[in-house]
Design a protein around this ligand. Structure first.
Ligand code: NDP
Length: 315
């Protein structure tokens, strides 16, 4: 542990739209926020393609560029953005108590208020062959890894907006994209479904699940199974993209903060207050319902206002 423990008014954990929006508001309120970005600086949007639905971008924007803009905006008002991972928390249960947070296993920070915006992480199916081949052809991020499959055939698992978006993105790079959808319909929005349907080199196989990923060190194909007929087929592909949803990044808050059965932090009423005073949660980490960049940004704003009011009431 470092000997000089840093004491700050407001700590923001996580650097997605929720974290940066909280930072903009907190720094403008003179809370002198310090943000620890986590390992994926900018959060999930840095792994998405175009963002067409964030208000204020009539022509759409690129997720990474948008996060860079948000970072610059937060820094302009004095937010200190630091690269680091919060590894342990010791939150006070008292109103006005100091929250102790360890970063990268060694740096200790004491914060009068904490805003948690750690987001969520992509889920995998959990098959042994899938896990073994992560990095060898199995990926959960088309924008990150799609380039490696230029002109090749790939499979996408899932039927939500992420899967539809990944399939559309990959269709521009790859020769053919096969989507495996476990039900007889897709959950994705109608607009995304239409995009998939209109794309000639995407084939959607309904009622179909992944049975196994084939290959020893790299993906050489997948075996799919029709869950109605039991019929199996091998699809020759070199890449497998898993797009089946996300898990909230709340492991370090287990037995500390109240969360639901799937690990999402619980906030009180229409506020961002957690069950502990001075600890607030914003963005996907507390929202399994809407999970949009704009709603995350909205709750980031709310968290900064809640933190400001909390600290103001202590004076
Ligand atoms: P979702 O939870 O919406 O969808 C997950 C998909 O994965 C579902 O179709 C589900 O199937 C499927 N799935 C889950 N487990 C398995 C499994 N074991 N085997 C096969 N399939 C499985 O997650 P998304 O990441 O797609 O989207 C999350 C949120 O983000 C949504 O609200 C979405 O609208 C939003 N989003 C918006 C975007 C945009 O507007 N540009 C882009 C991406 C996401 P089933 O339907 O059978 O349950």
């Amino acid at each position: 542990m470092s000997e000089n423990i840093e004491r700050i008014k407001c700590l923001i954990i996580g650097s997605g739209p929720a974290g940066y929006t909280a930072a903009i508001y907190a720094s403008r309120a003179d809370l002198k926020p310090v943000m620890y970005t986590g390992m994926q600086m900018g959060g999930q949007l840095t792994t998405t393609t175009e963002v067409d639905n964030f208000p204020g971008y009539p022509k759409g924007t690129d997720g990474t560029a948008m996060m860079e803009d948000l970072k610059s905006q937060a820094e302009r008002f004095g937010t200190e953005v630091r690269f680091g991972l919060v590894t342990e928390v010791d939150f006070s249960k008292e109103v006005g108590g100091v929250h102790k947070v360890t970063v990268d296993g060694s740096t200790l920070i004491e914060a009068e208020s904490v805003i948690i915006s750690t987001g969520a992480t992509a889920k995998y199916l959990g098959l042994e062959s899938e896990q073994r081949l992560i990095g060898g052809g199995v990926s959960a991020c088309a924008t990150c890894d799609g380039f490696f499959y230029k002109g090749q055939d790939v499979v996408v698992i899932g039927a939500g907006d992420t899967a539809a978006e990944e399939a559309t993105y990959l269709s521009n790079i790859c020769n053919k994209v096969t989507m495996l959808v476990r039900k007889d319909y897709m959950r994705a929005s109608k607009a995304m479904q239409h995009r998939v349907e209109k794309t000639a080199n995407i084939e959607v196989k309904y009622n179909t699940e992944l049975d196994e990923v084939l290959g020893d060190n790299v993906v050489e194909g997948v075996r799919a199974v029709n869950n109605q007929t039991g019929e199996k087929e091998v699809i020759d592909v070199t890449g497998l993209f898993v797009a089946i949803g996300h898990k909230p990044n709340t492991d370090i808050f287990k037995n500390v903060l109240e969360m639901d059965e799937t690990g999402y932090l619980i906030t009180k009423g229409k506020s961002t207050k957690t069950n502990l005073p001075g600890v607030f949660a914003a963005g996907d980490v507390q929202d399994k319902e809407y999970r949009q960049a704009v709603t995350a940004a909205g709750t980031g704003c709310m968290a900064a206002l809640d933190a400001e009011r909390y600290l103001g009431a202590l004076i």
